[in-house]
Structure formats: structure tokens, C-alpha cells
Ligand binder design. Sequence first.
Ligand code: ADP
Length: 269
Amino acid sequence: GDKREIELRIMPYVDTQYLILARDVTHIRKLERMRKEFVANVSHELKTPLTVMQGYLELLEEPEGLAPQQQTQALSEVTRQTQRMQAMVEQLLMLSRIESKHQDVPQEPVVLGSTIHNLLSELALVIESEQVHVSAHIDETLTVLGSPERLHAVVHNLLTNAIKYSGEGARIYIEWQAQEGQAHFRIQDTGPGIAPEHLARLTERFYRVAADRNSRSGGTGLGLAIVKHALEAHHSQLHIDSTEGEGSCFSFSLPKINSDCHKSDIQAT
Ligand code: ADP
């Protein structure tokens, strides 16, 4: 099992007697370590693109030494790193919004089918350029109660991951259907899959599979942490099923509500 950390305090009691107070601080210490690690990670992740940008900007300070093509290249690299930092800061803000306990999770009717359709049209160009085939089997009337922002983030992150990591020619299958009285979401891809040793850690902040770290995908490792926390806010959880070389399947369930009762609400929004 895990080692426990016990804090001991010795206090004078009466006469020659002392009182020993033992407190289990395992959990507190673990949270402290996680917080420190998180700050260190954020700093590191933000520093990397800054260092790269600084290098290119220094080059551009003396443009005479550079061919026009190299100047363009340096500028586009600066732009790329800016976008990367922007994405990271946005995801960090999203994560902290989702995690903040003070903010109650709204209980609005969400027609996730529409969210999925909108995302698919927003991502049409990316889907085309990555050359993946997406198909979906969606119940348009299936409604759940929850936070539209958080559920949008869940589907957005799972879908962009599937597109990003699956590779050319891969198939992505999305399902949003009633199953055993629950609303069930599933996204399956025929991508590279994930090795068992990574599976358990995927939803940790900044955790990325080593091979994807330096890839052009330019991820932040925050996507699945956001998914996890957003689903936890709905008392649901993410299931990951993956076989290396075959593909991955990410799924979750939410209690469905009778869409007829809420039809007027939905049409009003
Ligand atoms: P990011 O995509 O920003 O790196 P995520 O938290 O969304 O961060 O994902 C963590 C890691 O999980 C990714 O870096 C990638 O290695 C792996 N991963 C996520 N989705 C998939 C997928 N559909 N197929 C294969 N690997 C994946």
C-alpha cells in the first residue's frame, strides 16, 4: 500500500508527562506536492514557447543576414508559438473555471447532438486536411441536464484528439444514443491506440504520451484533464478503452431527461 505521512507533536502535559499528537497528513502533503508540481509545469510549459520566440526574434533583429524566405519562416514560427501559448492559457483558464468549486454547475437542458453537429462543421477543414473519415450516429432529441460550456469542452477535446492523433486514413465513429435509460456518448478511432502504461495517467494535467510530446500536434496535455473534471462536475466519468495499433474509444454516460418536457425550453434557446 501507500506510505502514510504522520506529523507528530509533543506537548508538555502534567508533571513529567507529555502528550503526543499524531496527525495523518498524507492527503494534505499530496495536495501540496501536486500544487507545486502544477505551478512548475505551467511555468515550464509557458517558458518553452517563449524561449523559441525569443530566439527567432533575435534573428529578426538583424534581418540583413537572412534570406526573405528565412524571414518569413521565422515570423511564422513566432506566430505558431504565440498561438500555442494562447491555446495553453485558454485551456488553463477553462480548467480553473471547470474546477472551481464555488461555481455551481448549471443544470440546463443540453441537446448534445446539436453540439456535435456544430463541432463537425466547424472542424470540417481540419478533418479534410488530416484526411480522416468521420461518421456519426446521433439521436437529435436526446437531452441531458448540465453545463453547455463544459459538455461542449468535453466533446470538443475528445473530437480534436481523435482527429489529431488518428493519422491519415483513420476512421472516427461518434455515437450519441440512449442506452439502458442513459444518454451514452462514444468516440472511437482507428488511430495508433495508447499503451497500457499511459492509459491510467492520460487525464493528468500536462500528461502526454512521450512520442506525441514534440510532435507537430502542439498539444498541451490539458485536454483530457478538462474532460475529466467537466464530467466529474456532472457526476460522470470518462472511460478509456484502447489497444495499441488498433485504436481508442472514449466514452461516458449521463442521465437522460425526457426531451418532450423540455422542448419549449430548447426551442427558446
Ligand atoms: P494534448 O492533446 O493537448 O496533448 P490531452 O490531455 O488531450 O493533451 O491528451 C493527452 C495525451 O493522450 C495526448 O498527448 C496523446 O498522447 C494521448 N491521446 C489522446 N487522445 C488520443 C487518441 N484519440 N489516440 C491516441 N492517443 C491519444
